[in-house]
Design a binder for this molecule. Structure first.
Ligand SMILES: *[C@@H]1O[C@H](CO)[C@@H](O)[C@H](O)[C@H]1NC(C)=O
Ligand SMILES: *[C@@H]1O[C@H](CO)[C@@H](O)[C@H](O)[C@H]1NC(C)=O
Ligand SMILES: *[C@@H]1O[C@H](CO)[C@@H](O)[C@H](O)[C@H]1NC(C)=O
Ligand SMILES: *[C@@H]1O[C@H](CO)[C@@H](O)[C@H](O)[C@H]1NC(C)=O
Length: 356
């Protein structure tokens, strides 16, 4: 296994530890608590803001978002090499009728990674080597998106999972995004989500939300209950009305399990987060969203989340320094995915749900 592959495997694992590490939780809470970092609430709201009594029940009048690429021009997976991650990804995609491309990832010179990590003055925040590698890989894929001139695209990390009803869920999300951005239905066939946003954050592990956020709710019986929901998004999920998913202008989303970009959004993201100077790609993107340099929309509870393999794959052991299991292509034992009721990976690989 090459050095960059090992570093990548570490980055993927590190990402998971970022999500659970109490120190990071504390840091994130401080972000939210300090008034300077309070998410700005969009002012021009006229009717949907704080209105938690009405919601949309998606009717498939415009089922465009229910196609094999979920209404985006393409779905692209970020993946350095074939592994149990891509095996499960492709099995889940096949089961749910999705067309996911895995573009070959260009090699990344370790010196480039170090140079990227060192960008900016000394007192700026700097990513560690693993985070810098993952960050550069995301930028490479977004450059590919720009070069391909996609109207919209969905980028997923290769260990991502989703619900077997993802197509129906996304039809509702598309309708909610159009409502939130006050997009007319005239181009709904070609751009079901409209074009009035940069980043549509459908796979996050932390967010903030409160009643005064401008929000469109979707009635969705596939939403996990607040009691069952785990992770850093728990506090806002507890505040959401039961049985509804919220679509709103982002507060402080973290983790890039899955995010969509418009054509302009891909360029804006490259300009906004392309120069390093933060802890990690997702933190930098979150800052761009929070400061409203980017127009970002979040979906909570999330629709995509990373799959956690069983101990046998070793994916949940930080002390497994050798990392020699990361190119295992077959899982021997079922893992699980938090917050996704009917995991597409578990159904595809083991024929049953995996959430207890
Ligand atoms: C799905 O719909 C989008 C939006 O109309 C379109 O760009 C894309 O090509 C469609 N995907 C497939 C597989 O037909
Ligand atoms: C609806 O929003 C109001 C504040 O605008 C809040 O007090 C109330 O608890 C919310 N209801 C639900 C079900 O979330
Ligand atoms: C956001 O934009 C402002 C002005 O355009 C700029 O000063 C600031 O550095 C930007 N923030 C980020 C995180 O790029
Ligand atoms: C990982 O894959 C490489 C080739 O892609 C192979 O040479 C190596 O033996 C594999 N390692 C393990 C532990 O399977």
């Amino acid at each position: 296994m090459s050095r960059s592959a090992a570093a990548w495997a570490f980055a993927v694992r590190w990402r998971w530890y970022l999500c659970v590490a109490p120190a990071v939780t504390l840091l994130w809470m401080l972000y939210l608590l300090s008034s300077q970092y309070r998410p700005r609430v969009v002012a021009q709201s006229h009717s949907l803001s704080a209105d938690n009594t009405t919601s949309i029940t998606p009717v498939p009048a415009f089922p465009g978002a229910g196609n094999a690429t979920l209404g985006f021009e393409a779905i692209l997976a970020l993946s350095p090499f074939p592994s149990w991650r891509t095996t499960g990804l492709q099995a889940a995609a096949q089961l749910t009728g999705l067309d996911i491309q895995i573009p070959p990832q260009p090699p990344i010179n370790p010196e480039l990674v170090d140079a990227f990590a060192g960008l900016g003055p000394e007192d700026a925040r700097h990513p560690n080597h693993g985070s810098a590698l993952a960050w550069v890989a995301h930028l490479d894929l977004i450059k590919h998106v720009v070069q391909s001139d996609f109207e919209t695209s969905l980028i997923v990390e290769d260990d991502v999972d989703w619900d077997v009803s993802i197509k129906e869920q996304m039809v509702g999300v598309a309708e909610a995004v159009r409502r939130l951005t006050k997009t007319k239905d005239e181009n709904v066939e070609t751009t079901p989500y409209g074009q009035s946003w940069d980043v549509l954050w459908v796979g996050l592990c932390a967010e903030t939300w409160d009643h005064d956020f401008e929000t469109v709710f979707i009635d969705d019986e596939t939403v996990i209950s607040a009691e069952q929901y785990v992770g850093l998004g728990k506090a806002p999920v507890d505040r959401l009305p039961e049985g509804r998913r919220a679509v709103f202008y982002s507060g402080a989303p973290i983790c890039t399990f899955a995010y969509a970009l418009t054509k302009a959004g891909a360029r804006n993201v490259l300009l906004d987060v392309g120069a390093g100077k933060d802890e990690a790609f997702d933190i930098s993107l979150m800052n761009g969203c929070r400061e409203r340099n980017l127009t970002c929309i979040s979906v909570l509870p999330e629709l995509f989340r990373h799959y956690i393999p069983s101990e046998k794959v070793g994916g949940s052991s930080l002390v497994n320094a050798k990392g020699d299991d990361s190119n295992t292509t077959v899982e021997e034992e079922m893992g699980h995915t938090e917050n996704i009721l009917q995991s597409a990976r578990c159904h595809a690989l083991w024929g049953r749900p995996c959430l207890a």
